[in-house]
Design a protein around this ligand. Structure first.
Ligand SMILES: NC(=O)c1ccc[n+]([C@@H]2O[C@H](COP(=O)([O-])OP(=O)(O)OC[C@H]3O[C@@H](n4cnc5c(N)ncnc54)[C@H](O)[C@@H]3O)[C@@H](O)[C@H]2O)c1
Length: 309
């Protein structure tokens, strides 16, 4: 989707961190931005930042795992700005750690509700609206580098983010022949509020009192008040926003952020390739089962490699 000016972006988890970075980058492209988030206090700060900059914005309180509320939020977005063109399924939480057999059932349910069902709800609610208006559009979902190289100790997170990657490959296939694109965003480390917001969301969805709020972070997470940057190894969410908007404009299937993960992913890919049996492939197989042996979505990402910083 090359021309974004005057179009509308609906960004979940858009009040903070990476989502806010994407929201700001969308506004800089001249888009109307809907920030849908579960934390009203973060929405208020983000909306204030947008108003200071004169960027068109609508803040909506939404739990992405609530299907009925999602439909109402999409209706409210359309009432404010008209057609939605860009959906960014970015809301997500850090999940309970440890091996999968030790995770409590309630933590599994919450992680899947937010990180996976929330993404599916976005697709089910908003993609038919984008296809119906016919003006073109794009869907991005924030998975993680954990979908490419699993992170030790983060079993449930790895599971949900791998699932998001699977969702986006499937969506890209389902959208072939339409003027709507799909990107799986697999970021590495960014300076965000993920720890605090995950505590809030998990407590709220468990029916528990939320943990005491941490000292209020600035709405602009790139501001120097953010002390924890691990010696410059973690990046500003503005960087994520720029990368996502570039991927949307180019129609990239994968939007990646860190060259540092390339070697680890090569090892992943090589392990898969080594597992194929050493036998001669039957040439009739591909001709008979054309939908099983190949998928054209993997040949669509042409403008690679992604630009470095
Ligand atoms: N920070 C990183 O290094 C990193 C790396 C890879 C992937 N991610 C992913 O990026 C996404 C954004 O996280 P972030 O790191 O910017 O953290 P963040 O806490 O700064 O932002 C996440 C936002 O999502 C909102 N949210 C959470 N659950 C929600 C729900 N059920 N409904 C609506 N809003 C909800 C939170 O309130 C919060 O404002 C997440 O999906 C996360 O898994 C983050």
């Amino acid at each position: 989707m090359e021309n974004l000016k005057g179009k509308t972006a609906f960004i979940t988890g858009g009040a903070s961190g990476i989502g806010l970075g994407i929201a700001k980058a969308s506004a800089k492209e001249g888009m109307n931005v809907v920030i849908a988030d579960m934390r009203q206090s973060a929405i208020d700060e983000a909306v204030a930042l947008f108003k200071e900059n004169g960027w068109p914005v609508l803040g909506l309180e939404l739990n992405v795992s609530d299907r009925a509320a999602y439909v109402k939020a999409a209706d409210a977005a359309e009432a404010a700005f008209g057609n939605i063109h860009l959906l960014v399924n970015n809301a997500g939480i850090g999940c309970a750690g440890g091996p999968l057999w030790a995770v409590e059932d309630k933590d599994t349910d919450i992680a899947i509700s937010v990180n996976l069902i929330g993404v599916l709800n976005g697709i089910k609610t908003i993609v038919p609206r984008i296809i119906a208006h016919g003006e073109g559009g794009h869907i991005v979902s924030t998975a993680s580098k954990a979908a490419l190289i699993p992170v030790p100790g983060c079993g449930l997170y790895n599971v949900t983010k791998s699932a998001v990657l699977g969702v986006m490959l499937t969506l890209a296939m389902d959208l072939v022949g339409t003027n709507v694109g799909a990107s799986a965003f697999c970021p590495g480390g960014y300076i965000t509020n993920l720890g605090a917001s995950s505590g809030f969301v998990t407590a709220a969805m468990s029916g528990e009192a939320p943990p005491p709020p941490p000292p209020a972070p600035p709405a602009d997470a790139a501001a120097p008040a953010f002390a924890m940057d691990w010696d410059g190894l973690l990046r500003s969410p503005d960087d994520a926003g720029e990368r996502v908007l570039r991927g949307v404009k180019r129609g990239d299937l994968y939007i990646l952020t860190h060259a540092e993960f390339k070697e680890g992913y090569e090892e992943h890919a090589q392990a898969v390739l080594r597992a194929f049996p050493e036998e001669v492939a039957n040439p009739r197989y591909g001709a008979t089962f054309t939908n099983l042996t190949r998928n054209d979505i993997f040949n669509e990402q042409k403008q690679v490699p992604a630009l470095g910083k």
